[in-house]
Design a protein around this ligand. Structure first.
Ligand SMILES: *[C@@H]1O[C@H](CO)[C@@H](O)[C@H](O)[C@H]1NC(C)=O
Ligand SMILES: *[C@@H]1O[C@H](CO)[C@@H](O)[C@H](O)[C@H]1NC(C)=O
Length: 417
């Protein structure tokens, strides 16, 4: 390269240097230390025989295996084409940091009978994984949801989850889209320090069991700046969720952002340290909720905080439900044994589609403790002129700031209608 650098060349160098995986060559800014990152070695699925509109399961698996065995930064690239992929497990541990860069659209087989196990694409035992690109993982769910009674029997429970992250550490998933998963879009299990940033999740409102991101038994997980429209919970947090941040998530349609359901299984781990901040829920079935099964195994959920949340036409904006029992599959008259404590709802505003904008229904044997409500403004306008109300059972909430609906009176004991 000539030493006479013109302005365009300098801008190009600056651009390259600012790109995470760009070759560094020389320091772009003289006098400052050169960036230490070197270019990732690219493993393009095309070099492994991938052809547009074809099944590339083998090509992508080989590309992954080679990338994972490469001792340095590696990058698997799926170009901007449509490809079909069957069940794949991207297994670690890998020798260096690895990126899975999807620019195109990856389609799953339509018929669930083509799946081995209950997942479509899994990332397992990987450290320093980046999943990136503006590409799409299309679960082709439409072919599976149609079965009658899907939400009530076990058929749908065994449908494949689109993307699984099992034991993934110090990693990031950004910019990708998950469309029409057959069951959950994304499942996180046994992970630590995993961030989902600018992720888009799309499925119709009536698609059964299509939770956006389900997190369980994982620590330091973030879901930020993401848009989730689906048929079930936008984000759901199962047992053993610890130190989770959900911030800047637009949810709707869907069932809202949920902790639980908890207490269904023996030996569940506690839920500790959840922050849901600056999220907007639009036309969802619930807003922010904590749900536990009645007649449950013992469990605990504490240190959970919901702050600066906007509700737009949400059915049940604020809900703690310790009698969660869909489809009457439990003895709902027996109390839940999950202990809920240290919960705050702060600056939660907007509109409630139903009258009961705030419902805090706790267990008779494990009353909720330290539930705080501060600056709540949830408007409801019934056709009969009714306004929003609060309902509380087995809880004595600590109230401060502005309150609409008016707070529950001390130790209200109501029956569910
Ligand atoms: C968490 O993971 C990110 C992404 O790999 C990494 O940059 C960061 O250093 C990790 N944090 C810790 C505390 O290890
Ligand atoms: C309340 O939440 C809204 C929505 O996130 C935010 O714009 C506003 O600044 C918050 N108010 C305070 C006092 O933090």
């Amino acid at each position: 390269m000539s030493l006479e650098l013109n302005v365009a060349t300098i801008s190009l160098l600056l651009l390259l240097a600012s790109t995470a995986n760009a070759a560094t060559g020389k320091a772009a800014t003289p006098g400052k230390a050169a960036p230490t990152k070197t270019a990732a070695h690219v493993f393009d699925v095309k070099s492994y025989g991938a052809k547009p509109n074809r099944d590339i399961t083998q090509a992508v698996t080989k590309a992954w295996n080679d990338a994972c065995a490469y001792s340095g930064s590696s990058k698997v690239v799926v170009p901007a084409e449509t490809y079909r992929v069957g069940t794949v497990n991207f297994l670690g541990p890998c020798k260096g940091p690895i990126e899975f860069n999807v620019l195109g659209s990856i389609h799953s087989p339509g018929d669930p009978k083509y799946f081995k196990g209950d997942s479509w694409i899994s990332f397992v035992h990987i450290e320093h994984l980046t999943v990136s690109g503006n590409g799409d993982f299309d679960g082709q769910g439409g072919t599976a949801w149609g079965r009658s009674g899907c939400s009530k029997n076990s058929y749908c429970v065994h449908l494949p989850i689109s993307l699984r992250f099992d034991y993934v550490i110090n990693s990031i998933v950004r910019d990708i889209t998950s469309t029409n998963s057959k069951q959950f879009h994304i499942n996180v299990f046994g992970c630590q320090n995993l961030t989902f940033d600018h992720v888009t999740i799309k499925a119709p409102q009536n698609s059964p069991n299509t939770d956006g991101i389900h997190i369980g038994r994982s620590t330091n997980i973030k879901v930020i700046n993401s848009k989730i429209s689906t048929g079930d919970d936008c984000v759901s947090l199962g047992d053993g969720s610890r130190n989770i941040l959900i911030e800047g998530v637009m949810c709707g349609p869907g069932h809202g952002i949920s902790i639980g359901s908890l207490g269904k299984y023996h030996n569940e781990e506690p839920v500790i340290g959840i922050r849901v901040i600056s999220c907007t829920l639009t036309n969802t079935q619930t807003g922010v909720r904590i749900k536990t099964w009645p007649d449950s195994y013992p469990g605990a959920a504490s240190d959970m905080h919901f702050e600066n949340i906007v509700m737009k036409n949400v059915d049940n904006p604020i809900l703690i439900d310790q009698g969660y029992c869909p489809w009457h599959q439990c003895k709902s008259q027996l109390p839940s044994n999950v202990k809920i404590s240290d919960v705050t709802f702060t600056n939660i505003t907007g509109s409630s589609r139903t009258k009961a904008a705030v419902q805090i229904i706790c267990s008779s044997t494990q009353p909720c403790q330290k539930v705080k409500l501060r600056d709540i403004d949830l408007k409801h306008k019934g056709i009969d002129g009714s306004t929003a109300i609060s309902r509380c059972i087995n809880v004595d909430p600590i109230i401060s700031g502005f309150q609409n609906p008016p707070p529950c009176t001390h130790n209200t004991l109501e029956k569910k209608p």
